[in-house]
Ligand binder design. Sequence first.
Ligand code: 13P
Length: 249
Amino acid sequence: MRSKIVAGNWKMNKNLQETIHLVEDIASKLGETHAEVMVAPTFVNLSAAVSALESSMIEVVAQNMHFAANGAYTGEISAGMLKAIGIKTVIIGHSERRAYFGETDELLSKKVKAALESDLRVVFCFGEELADRQSGNHFNVVAGQLKNALFTLTAADWKNIVLAYEPVWAIGTGETASPEQAQEMHAFIRHTVVEGFNQEVADAVTILYGGSVKPGNAAEIFAKPDVDGGLIGGASLKTDDFLAIINAI
Ligand code: 13P
């Protein structure tokens, strides 16, 4: 069976003290769940979050990384540096990285390969913009993003890939994809993976939905057969909302 995951992407929010407070609060109130729970604080707070969650099942993950092992890349962080502080999973390809930091499919492909070579698990984000959906081009765009960044991997590499479909028009807007829109795209994504690899790889890959997931809409989105959990932005910054979303799975 595919693993269910609920991950909180904290983006550029919460300072050190706030991060420790929030992870401790979430950990102390988290009940039993069959979902894997992840939180992604900003780089400078990763170590503290790892320490604070030492005896918790919550995994601390990174929001980004550079593809090089080390070198003259001012301001960047490598896979090895993440691993050295106990990080096992990294988010790559978030639409904010694509839109504000010019990250292309080609660059993301290098990052994914570098992460996998370092034995990091990758949560790979992708999704269409509003104009793509309005023009009916959303399936092409999504298939292109997948193929360009992930289709030169081997089938074995996919054991360490988690997909996160995040339609850009639903991120931080309060407008979420309907459960039907999410299911339709997730089924298409799984079918695209069958075409690129095989049924076994496609059946095993966890596909998260992200974009304005809230306590009030999580259960019906997560109930869809090809939706295996969520990547949560704003609502993961509030303990009660995040826990309600985790409990919805
Ligand atoms: P929101 O849940 O705030 O829409 O953000 C989604 C997201 O970008 C998670 O990576």
